[in-house]
Design a protein around this ligand. Structure first.
Ligand code: URA
Length: 271
């Protein structure tokens, strides 16, 4: 390859990185589960590249993505069967109903203090969270930690934090409605097992999914709502803006600050 062409190609790749392109993907998400037949034949796969001269490797079935029609029922059964937070984490790791698991590096379960009585729920892991297996550890998580510190709340002591989806959607795209519905049994069970007294819903995806609302976050934020779990627990839930939105729209920090003051008052029993 000519040096000039090579330089131009490298410059074009650098430009894409500057624009935030970190995955090679199509513009639209693929619903890979929809293309599978109802009852797929489990292909028996050989372990790849057996050593020369070794006896044939035993045949072994690869984990198969469940057909979409079965995935929802399986998610409900796995979530309902979990009787502790570690069991729920294990059940989510076992779940073969979403192609997101194939593209993610890690399952991102939760962080903070489960027994604190205060639970934050965001949207889905980003690249940093996926790499480290912990929610809200990237720039938006760091902003959130600083904002919460300003009302006296620390992740090490005062709250528990998780997401609607445990796997990063490739390229950080917004989760589809189908993905949110598929993982809903897990987050509802997560709430039941953590038994918080208060919930905070970070951003539109979390608020709409748990409040079963079609309203946008700008309408839902700044108010206490109720989230009802499958065990009919009704929990006070404050909807607020997502920290990633605040990074893009710093002028909205004023509203977020008001929401945090509402939360502080509620924690202090003044509301
Ligand atoms: N955004 C989220 O909603 N969750 C994370 O864990 C990180 C960024």
């Amino acid at each position: 390859m000519e040096a000039e062409t090579q330089e131009a190609l490298i410059a074009a790749l650098r430009l894409q990185l500057d624009w935030g392109v970190d995955e090679a993907l199509d513009a639209e998400p693929h619903d890979r589960a929809a293309r599978l037949p109802e009852r797929p034949e489990a292909p028996a796969a050989r372990a790849p590249f057996p050593a020369p001269g070794s006896s044939p490797a035993p045949l072994r079935a690869q984990p198969q993505l469940l057909p979409a029609s079965l995935a929802g029922t399986r998610a409900q059964a796995l979530a309902a069967g979990a009787d502790s937070l570690p069991a729920l984490r294990e059940a989510m790791a076992q779940f073969e109903g979403s192609p997101l698991k194939e593209t993610a590096m890690n399952l991102v379960f939760a962080d903070g203090v489960a027994e604190s009585g205060l639970m934050f729920i965001g949207e889905a892991p980003g690249a940093d969270e996926d790499r480290l297996g912990r929610p809200f550890v990237g720039v938006s998580g760091q902003l959130l930690d600083r904002m919460l510190a300003s009302v006296g709340l620390s992740r090490e002591r005062d709250f528990y934090i998780t997401n609607i989806l445990p796997f990063r959607p490739p390229g950080n795209r917004t989760p589809t409605d189908a993905e949110i519905a598929l993982f809903l049994p897990f987050i509802l069970r997560h709430i039941e097992l953590a038994r918080p007294r208060l919930l905070v819903l970070l951003g539109g995806v979390s608020a709409k999914a748990l409040l079963r609302s079609r309203e946008g976050i700008t309408r839902l934020r700044g108010r206490w709502h109720q989230v009802t779990t499958n065990e009919e627990q009704a929990l006070p839930a404050l909807a607020t803006l997502h920290p990633a939105y605040l990074l893009r729209t710093p002028t909205a920090k004023r509203e977020a600050w008001n929401d945090l003051l509402m939360l502080r008052r509620k924690i202090d029993g003044k509301d």
